[in-house]
Design a protein around this ligand. Structure first.
Ligand code: PLP
Length: 359
């Protein structure tokens, strides 16, 4: 199986797996202790969580605090509902975790358009009265990188807070600067599933969504999993250590894949992008047939969430693609553990399967 779906999720880093094992806690260990208990094993579990918090914080700007959540989706819900803001503006290419949550909060929310290259222009006007603007750092479907510092500045000048969904960029590129809140997910940066985080700028107060035992600074009650936190922390540490090396590796894979798929049209900017995401199209391509013919390759017809719905991707249509063009697009995602020869083979086979369809 050649895995080409690094935007949907990433493999667990061996270092993260190793860090988790002790805290999974069988009866013959103390690693199962409740991190909120005051006894010694409890305090040891709490300490491992605080180490993990620091490790995750090292992926983020200084001047804020990290709150662990169950996912990035939960972190985004906490930001949107917990910030007390009511009039929202979000980019047209946000993930459903932002789009649907923002709509639930403000059914009349403003949508910030993107250029045909999939970028929210930095001079985009923020409608008056908006008190929260959300723009993602790296798009999950097409990989484009947004001008976060300029957009956060525009939001602040308009009197709004700025939320950045950094799920696809965290641990891969430098932290977004200027945001008031940043959401992350461990399983997109080689950590475990079931844990995310919200970074909150110092001085900003939020209200909890989940009430109970007042864990996580009373913002997210519920017993934390030391194993998941340890895995997230170790994954974050490795990302910090290998950020340049990982980016160079992914850059090499990108150029090799682009060389093989040179007749395919790239969706989104060729330059302002994370190179581990290649969303390409061929007019007339039957993507469902391609996926069923290439069963030993795991790739996506759009975002993992939208694919299978039959609807053309809202991201690709926001770029100005028509429904047919959007539906003839595939997303290839690669990362740290992808092997150059595999990526080249996969692209050769993808191109041959498309040619066999007559496109
Ligand atoms: N935001 C983006 C850009 C994503 O790609 C995803 C996952 O696909 C999410 C948010 C949701 O993350 P989680 O799976 O941690 O809820």
């Amino acid at each position: 199986m050649i895995y080409l779906d690094y935007q949907a999720t990433t493999p667990l880093a061996p270092e993260a797996r190793e860090a988790m094992l002790r805290w999974l806690g069988g009866p013959d260990t103390t690693g199962f202790a409740n991190p909120h208990s005051p006894h010694r094993p409890g305090r040891a579990a709490a300490a491992v969580i605080e180490v993990a918090r620091e490790q995750v914080a090292s992926l983020l700007p200084p001047g804020g605090r990290v709150i662990f959540t169950g996912s990035a989706t939960e972190a985004l819900n906490l930001a949107i509902f917990g910030s007390g803001t009511r009039r929202l503006a979000v980019s047209a290419i946000e993930h459903a975790a932002v789009l649907d949550t923002a709509k639930a909060r403000d059914p009349g929310m403003a949508i910030l358009p993107v250029s045909s290259l999939g970028i929210v222009e930095s001079h985009t006007r923020i409608p008056s009265g908006v008190d929260l603007v959300a723009v993602m750092q790296v798009n999950n479907e097409i990989g484009t990188i947004q001008p976060i510092i300029e957009l956060a500045d525009a939001a602040h000048r308009a009197g709004a807070l700025f939320l950045c969904d950094a799920v696809q960029g965290a641990g891969k590129i430098a932290a977004p600067e200027g945001a008031d809140m940043i959401a992350l997910s461990a399983h997109k940066l080689y950590g475990p599933k079931g844990i995310g985080a919200l970074w909150v700028r110092d001085g900003l107060t939020l209200s909890p969504l989940i009430h109970g035992g007042a864990q996580e600074q009373a913002l997210r009650s519920g017993t934390l999993s030391p194993a998941l936190c340890a895995g997230f922390g170790a994954a974050a540490r490795i990302c910090c250590e290998r950020m340049l090396e990982d980016a160079e590796h992914v850059g090499r894979l990108w150029h090799a894949a682009r060389a093989v798929l040179s007749r395919w049209t790239l969706n989104g900017s060729a330059t302002a992008r994370w190179h581990g995401n290649m969303n390409v199209r061929l007019d007339g391509l039957d993507v469902a047939r391609l996926i069923s013919e290439l069963r030993d390759m795991a790739f996506s017809a759009g975002s993992a969430c939208a694919s299978g719905s039959g609807r053309p991707s809202h991201v690709l249509t926001a770029l100005g693609l028509n429904a047919a063009q959007a539906k003839s697009s595939v997303r290839l995602g690669f990362g740290r553990y992808s092997v150059l020869g595999d990526i080249e083979d996969a692209c050769v086979r993808l191109d041959a399967a498309a040619a066999a369809q007559g496109v």
